[in-house]
Design a protein around this ligand. Structure first.
Ligand SMILES: C[S@@+](CC[C@H](N)C(=O)[O-])C[C@H]1O[C@@H](n2cnc3c(N)ncnc32)[C@H](O)[C@@H]1O
Length: 185
């Protein structure tokens, strides 16, 4: 079912790439247990790429990071930061409504990150179905929501949609995050 959700304004994206964020969301602690060199990974709702560039470092030159967002300004900034970091061969920037074609990534993704985005998506079931289809069998998804914006009951409804898409729960509250689940296909 489509519901009206509020997409975070593009200019707020700058606050998400603040280096001090690592004290709250340490990319190495959050991602390193799941990402290995050579993997193909997805950062859905990547914003300006706070996690994306760390994912690029972790997959290395033989891996790939697919970064999807719905706001062109978020992706423009991600692309600038990608060039500066020297990761243009690893990071692909994908705009919903333009070059987002999940069917082309069917069974190709080892790991997907859905960080602070699902509550902004009008049709969560469709998103979980798409991510499920993109994942390789055995692939993992880290789903996390910001406790300040999302109530535990809303989070549970999203989790139910992910289970309905076919995922199983691999770990509850990974990295001690209150509203987080690691799913497996
Ligand atoms: C709160 S920000 C989080 C950004 C990033 N995941 C992070 O943690 O730094 C949410 C992001 O999701 C994007 N977004 C919202 N709805 C979306 C949708 N339907 N499809 C793809 N991206 C979406 C927004 O444009 C925004 O960049």
């Amino acid at each position: 079912m489509e519901t009206q959700q509020r997409v975070c304004p593009w200019w707020l994206g700058y606050t998400f790439i603040n280096p001090l964020r690592k004290y709250q969301h340490n990319p190495d602690k959050i991602l390193a247990p799941h990402i290995k060199p050579g993997m193909q990974v997805l950062d859905y709702g990547c914003g300006m790429g706070y996690f994306s560039l760390h994912m690029a470092r972790m997959v290395g030159e033989n891996g790939k990071v697919y970064c999807v967002d719905i706001q062109p300004k978020m992706l423009k900034n991600l692309e600038r930061r990608t060039r500066k970091a020297g990761y243009t061969d690893i990071v692909s920037s994908i705009l919903v409504g333009e070059n987002y074609e999940p069917q082309k990534l069917k069974n190709q993704i080892d790991f997907a990150l859905l960080f602070a985005v699902v509550h902004e998506v009008p049709n969560q079931q469709k998103l979980f179905n798409e991510v499920y289809a993109m994942l390789k069998p055995g692939g993992k998804v880290l789903f996390a929501e910001p406790p300040g914006h999302v109530k535990p009951t809303e989070f549970e409804i999203s989790v139910a949609k992910a289970l309905n898409a076919g995922f199983t729960i691999s770990e509850e509250k990974p990295s001690q995050k209150k509203l987080a689940v690691l799913f497996a296909k």
